[in-house]
Design a protein around this ligand. Structure first.
Ligand SMILES: Cc1ncc(COP(=O)(O)O)c(C=O)c1O
Length: 405
């Protein structure tokens, strides 16, 4: 589903640019799709809110019954602001400090612990608690190397071979392991890679090692097409296979467990668009460079990962095709949204839409060069609502000065 172009143009005029616009109905569609694809009675979706923590999006998913995958105390507090109770949040602890550990424990949220060192510290501080353990699935897969989280070079998850150490530490501190977790990577290109990670984890679990399990969490990583020629993966078939494997597993474990997934990208990536305005056109010897009023602090994926984001020219969709570099207003030459991209002729003042900008775009943003982040608008049932305003330059500077000592 793609936004109506007129609609986006109206929104750009109404709210100004740069502007993030999200399609709430599409988020809900993707959320329900996963339940249809994976017909396991005890399936629970934990939204990886790092992908997009806008409170209106969190509230939308909260109402729908989703749960939250949180990665910091800040994530947890934000989720609670949106109405999620502690029982609906799982905290994946990655390189946390002791202070963060105590803060989260006070909030009463279940820990997902992915290192022997942290498990020891947690056990010493909170013997008798319930925990979830994150294992490294021993599969390297993801859209690019920065988001592949499995394998022997990864900083994430406890190696499978360490399972007996985990059991010993948990027994020693009387920790009750209620969940086992793995996350293979983001934007995993083949469902077989996801399946392999899942199988590797399930092979570890026996009732003797982990007698108190309530769930197994298979992380996120569902891929969305970023390029118009890219095919959608068949998660329908994947879901069927997952259910077969998991039900065999549950039979041998002796209990019907809950199955968790933690999608971020799949739920929100396609819902988002960043509308930018063309400020300058520069004719270089072999190139035409299109300058816009946004930049990598507002959408970093192309510069950070070399990620492809499809771009359309809202203002001149029928113009003759020409080749352009689309760049931002930041003082780095790497500040580029697209290189050698064919687009209908671009003129100064045109609105361009950077598509699939719902996940890891605003949430990875910042105010480098002291420009405020764009406003955010959420569309639900055809109605637009400003869900986060853009600070004026004065407000931005004041907020920084006020925080300074
Ligand atoms: C532990 C964990 N779970 C879930 C996710 C969400 O991944 P995705 O947005 O690809 O679904 C991530 C992404 O970094 C993650 O690290």
């Amino acid at each position: 589903m793609v936004f109506d172009k007129n609609n986006l143009k109206n929104l750009a005029e109404k709210y100004g640019t740069p502007l993030y616009v999200y399609e709430g109905d599409l988020i809900l569609q993707r959320y329900h799709e996963l339940y249809n694809f994976i017909p396991w009675k005890k399936l629970q979706i934990y939204y990886a809110m790092k992908a997009n923590y806008n409170i209106a999006i969190l509230k939308l998913l909260e109402k729908e019954g989703a749960n939250i995958d949180a990665v910091s105390p800040g994530d947890i507090l934000m989720a609670m602001e949106a109405g999620f109770t502690k029982e609906r949040i799982l905290f994946t602890a990655n390189k946390i400090t002791n202070e963060e550990m105590h803060e989260v424990q006070k909030l009463g949220v279940l820990f997902n612990i992915g290192s022997i060192s942290r498990l020891e510290k947690y056990g010493q501080s909170y013997p008798g608690s319930e925990v979830c353990i994150r294992f490294n699935p021993d599969v390297v897969a993801g859209e690019n190397k920065n988001v592949a989280t499995g394998g022997e070079n990864s900083k994430f998850g406890i190696f499978l071979e360490k399972v007996d150490d985990v059991v010993n530490i948990c027994n020693h501190h009387n920790l009750k392991v209620v969940g086992i977790h793995e996350h293979t990577g983001s934007g995993i290109p083949e469902t077989v890679q996801m399946m392999q990670g899942m199988k590797n984890i399930l092979n570890l679990i026996t009732p003797k090692r982990f007698p108190d399990l309530r769930f197994v969490d298979f992380g996120g990583g569902f891929k969305v097409p970023y390029h118009p020629d890219e095919k959608r993966l068949d998660y329908h078939l994947f879901g069927k296979e997952v259910v077969t494997i998991f039900s065999e597993f549950c039979q041998s474990y002796g209990k019907e467990l809950e199955m968790y997934f933690e999608p971020g990208k799949y739920l929100v990536a396609e819902s988002g668009n960043l509308i930018v305005e063309v400020t300058e056109i520069k004719q270089n010897p072999g190139k035409v460079i299109i300058g816009t009023n946004s930049g990598f602090p507002q959408l970093i994926r192309p510069m950070f990962y070399g990620a492809y984001h499809h771009i359309i020219n809202l203002s001149n969709p029928e113009g003759p095709l020409k080749e352009y570099d689309i760049v931002g207003n930041i003082c780095e030459s790497g500040d580029c949204f697209a290189v050698d991209r064919e687009l209908p002729e671009i003129r100064e003042g045109d609105f361009l839409v950077i598509q699939n900008a719902g996940a890891y775009c605003y949430s990875m943003g910042g105010v480098y060069n002291l420009r405020a982040m764009p406003a955010e608008v959420l569309m639900v049932d055809g109605k637009d609502q400003l869900v986060r305003k853009r600070l004026s330059n004065q407000e931005l500077i004041k907020s920084i000065v006020d925080e300074s000592c």
